[in-house]
Design a protein around this ligand. Structure first.
Ligand code: HEC
Length: 149
């Protein structure tokens, strides 16, 4: 991947991770709501990093490090948030998750490792490690989240 194509990939990453406002309204199952909230806060954290890489906000190592910490916590918690098969008409989780539990856990762990591997010390470091994390988010969504390819 060259430096020139990276912004384009990051922009499409943002679009792919975009979520409808008020997507949560009407969710009745508390466990489903909790995992949606966790995913939404991961999105907020990764958005902060994407915006630094795209130059929309100034790079700030402390803020990037805080986003990384938040993402590490969320990615580590993912298997616990999904372990029990909980459903809701508004959920986008595919039932395949519970048929393929080990693979789901493996994908959670890959996302955790990609988060741990983020270099938040410099803009250049962030630029060269962020894409890998975005790919691991999408790698799971592609298989286990409804309507997100
Ligand atoms: C191991 C699988 C997996 C990984 C890794 C993963 N997600 Fe998700 N994500 C899901 C599933 C499944 C759903 C659907 C949950 C539901 O609707 O019940 C989801 C939903 C979401 C949503 C929608 C939440 C809402 O408001 O309904 C966002 C935003 C999101 N993920 C962002 C991310 C980001 C950002 C990352 C990477 C940092 C990530 N996800 C990594 C499986 C994953």
């Amino acid at each position: 991947m060259t430096v020139i194509t990276r912004p384009a990939v990051l922009i499409s990453l943002c679009l792919a991770l975009a979520t409808t406002a008020f997507a949560h309204s009407g969710v009745r199952n508390h466990a489903v709501m909790m995992r949606m909230e966790a995913m939404l806060s991961s999105k907020k954290a990764i958005d902060r990093l994407v915006s630094m890489v795209k130059g929309q906000t100034a790079f700030d190592a402390a803020s990037a490090g805080a986003a990384q910490q938040a993402l590490m916590t969320q990615m580590k918690a993912t298997p616990d948030l999904f372990r029990e098969k909980q459903t809701d008409p508004k959920s986008e989780a595919r039932p395949l998750i519970w048929d393929n539990w080990q693979d789901f856990e493996r994908k959670s762990n890959s996302a955790y490792l990609a988060t741990a591997a983020l270099d938040t010390q410099s803009l250049e470091g962030l630029r060269s490690t962020l894409l890998n994390l975005g790919i691991s988010c999408l790698d799971c969504h592609q298989v286990y989240r409804e309507g997100h390819h």
